[in-house]
Design a protein around this ligand. Structure first.
Ligand SMILES: [Zn+2]
Length: 210
């Protein structure tokens, strides 16, 4: 079985932050930026709906997305550095992708795809973005599963658990096995209640998805 403690430290940091966001009532999405030596130099999480004193400097606003906050928190000394990598638990939306393009970050590592708002396809379809030469890679394995869990239960909670909602239909089409497993678990357990989900309890979720 995949083990949480075996995850790379950068992804652990992202997941712990995404978990904080989910439990605080925002979406369970987080991002960090690393330097060439893989040290984390900036943090950000989705803070659309909570005012917790966390790492995010932009809160309670429609632009309070994880990647925007991570970029906004980037120290001045790194603003011109072209060897930075942005790790994000969920594929960036058009706004966040645009913000990356306007920064000097030229590498994005994505935890799981977002079939609804994900916009990495613009990097090849839009001439301006294509010239930025931003490299994107998608994770697999335990990282993808855990990032998906936090994103999916966040969206599902907001949409009132209606399985026919167009957004949930899109997600299910992209990740049918994960959705099936988590839906069954949600019905039999209360571990996903916002405010009660723990990093350790994600272990049992991961075991069911293996
Ligand atoms: Zn975004």
């Amino acid at each position: 079985m995949d083990k949480l403690q075996d995850l790379p430290h950068v992804w652990r940091a992202c997941l712990e932050l995404a978990l904080e966001g989910y439990n605080a009532g925002s979406l369970g999405i987080a991002a960090v930026i690393t330097d060439k030596a893989n040290r984390i130099i900036a943090w950000g999480r989705n803070q659309l709906s909570d005012n917790l004193d966390s790492c995010s400097s932009i809160r309670m606003s429609s632009v309070a997305h994880a990647e925007i906050n991570a970029l906004h928190n980037l120290p001045q000394a790194y603003q011109g550095n072209r060897e930075l990598t942005l790790y994000t638990t969920v594929e960036p939306c058009p706004m966040c992708l645009g913000a990356v393009a306007m920064s000097r970050v030229r590498s994005i590592k994505v935890g799981c795809a977002d079939p609804h708002a994900g916009a990495t396809n613009l990097l090849t379809q839009n001439d301006y973005l294509r010239r930025k030469r931003i490299a994107v890679s998608f994770e697999g394995g335990a990282v993808e599963k855990l990032c998906f869990v936090l994103h999916y239960v966040s969206i599902k909670g907001r949409l009132g658990h209606n399985p026919h909602h167009p957004i949930l239909v899109k997600i299910k089409k992209r990740y049918p096995h994960y959705v099936h497993t988590i839906d069954a678990y949600v019905e039999s357990s209360s571990i996903f209640s916002p405010g009660r989900l723990t990093y350790d309890s994600l272990h049992s979720v991961l075991a069911r998805m293996s």
